[in-house]
Write a protein of this length. Sequence first.
Length: 350
Amino acid sequence: MSARRVLITGIGGSIGIDVARSLRQDPGLHLTGADGSPWGRQIGERLCDEVVELPRADRDPEGFYRALGEVLVRRDIDFAFVNPDPELEALAGLDALPPRAHALPPTPVLRLFLDKAATASRATEQGLGDLFPDTRRVDDSASLERAFGELEPPLWLRATTGPGGRGSLPVETADEARAWIGYWDRRDRSDSWVLQELLPGSNFNWTGLYVAGRRVVEAAMERLSYFLSAPTVSGVSGQVALCRTVPAERLRDTSERVIRALDPQPHGLYSVDLREDRRGAPRVTEVNPRLAGRPSLYTRAGVNLPLAAARALTGGKIGDAVTAEGPEIGLHLYRQLDVAPIFGHPGDGP
């Protein structure tokens, strides 16, 4: 018996929107959207059967968790998609998971995946350091100088937590990195930081759905361009504007080796971001314990990951959530502000 009533948190965000649009392929589902923002809830009203308010998890983690539980119970929700990183951080900090079926890993794994530096460090301890860019955590001036002594610039400086390339910057010198970290600190946006080997190649996402340790669905895409890339310092905004589906097989081995090393019995959705190194080999930049990439592209290509997860993780069959022939390779998604995305192939159109 698969889910009939589904909750989608962060419904006003891009992933929440993609999840809702994908789930709408099953007209029998009742969708409840949730968001801490009144604007996000208004977006949810266009996509869901009902919308509820949840406290902002970054301001009131315990209040968020209590309200989440109340919504799940009172509205008889069968399955919950918890999407925004601050909400996942709240759950990990409280060592608690939604009291209904969901796609999240155990809280120790959730906590690990939310910290990019810790993910790379743990994988290195498991003998998989070669699958990640060479990484150094930056805690103070001494560790910053040491990282530049051990790694060859240019390097990629990034915050260890948060979505969307948060705080990312290519740097050539320790002084550049120090100035950037200071810039964030002075604005009360202090973070833990890492310096990494700069990976120059193509940027990918691979997402797999697991049930009791068995991978049942997978899909992969390449990011080709980003919203507002020109005014960003790094050229990466975290919001992809153009992307295309690619064969998942090329990224599967690397992604699965890391996932299974860090969570021996994967169950739920695991979304791996990878980038090619100078030799063209894909290296893992982060593992997300939630949907990432562009779920709507995967859905249009024939692999509806949200619907497959809501069914399979509540004991149902995936059914028509995935086409028999698998994902259509080379399907592009083009996004622009204020309009619905376009799907097609280069050269499509009049």
